[in-house]
Design a protein around this ligand. Sequence first.
Ligand code: TMP
Ligand code: ZN
Length: 421
Amino acid sequence: MSTDVIRFVTACRVCGSERWQKVISFGNVPLANGFLEVADSYAHEQAYPLEVISCRECRLLSLTAVVDPHVLYRTYSYVTSDSETMARHMRTVVRLCREQAGLAEDDLVVELGSNTGDQLLAFRETGARVLGVDPARNLAKIAEDRGVPTVSEYFDSTTARAVAAEHGRASLILGRHVFAHIDDVVDVLAGVHALLAEDGLFTIEVPYAVDLLDRLAFDTIYHEHLSYFLISTLDTLFARHGLRTVHVERLTVHGGSVLVSAGRAEGPWRTHERVRELIEHERCGGYLSDGMYEDFAARVRKTCDGLSRLVRDLVADGHRVAGYGASAKGTTLLNICGLGRDELEFCTDTTPQKQGRVTPGTHIPVLAPGDVRQPPDYYLLLAWNYAEEIMRKESAFLDAGGGFIVPVPEPTVHTRAVTTL
Ligand code: TMP
Ligand code: ZN
């Protein structure tokens, strides 16, 4: 492990407390999107501690180790999925944001972590002026080529001031699945203050900690995801920085997420009833107490053991197993459940950047779907967040007697004939 690129968390990034509860440690795990070229020397592959703690004051769930963002994001292999599910979701985000922020023609929409520009293209169709901010130069270039102006920088207070000076104030600042990746959230909120119009909204989409805990989506824990938020935690954070939580919508993407909007505390906004309801649910449901996190750790260990056993037994019985979707969460799942090349022949994935490479840590070859000569008997569904779409698309595989192993919340086998635990 190279320690010069990691920082260990001491004070909570939301409330400053140092009173942490240890939740679970997965040991050293490689980076979730660190797919390797076959020719790379695997001996030099780095792995970093993957360990979760919970703040006893504000109940932020955080990783202990923060990997230097330059290592993670300057060249980034994660491209927003071009699946039907994601395209539909992006249209939903446009509708919700337009309803909430009351966007008018020509209003400025700035997206942080804009990736290859898909979400902003959907906004532009509605007449908005759009601007992306993304540090990954390889992705910003693709976005620019598609006509989405993109500043290839981290969104911080410096970038935000420069954007405001050049383009004016934004009616909507959007961050989809990026806020949970940010260590210095306080500086980002300073940037929001510099760039947001008086009556603008700052809207983020983050995995919802309640869904992580309820659905046991523990494989969504990887080094890029520094924070796992409750609404109460976000509300604390916003209030400390002059913002008011205004709306929240629960969404199904990435195993359960929330779209949360905040406006300036002195702005024209009223807090929607659902914000208070969810905060109340978190309090009454035990999400603010140690017991919830002890129970989570025990359930994770049980699911991991069950999955390892299930896959190993299938292989021992002569069945062929492969991975479906070399997702980032698949890296966590395979590494912590100890599933590698002895169990999975290959992983299939539609992302060109991953094809021809091998999975981080486990070194399983990633194949384009068209390169799979002989489908396996079972696919371990590493992209379980797209289960419905994938099973629909793979109906011929199911018709031919194939099965999908869905890993969480408990390992389940889906075949045309039966669904078994
Ligand atoms: P994501 O949930 O992080 O977007 O990762 C999903 C991965 O699964 C991504 O690498 C693309 C891949 N995938 C397929 O290979 N086939 C599919 O049909 C879908 C929906 C995703
Ligand atoms: Zn805290």
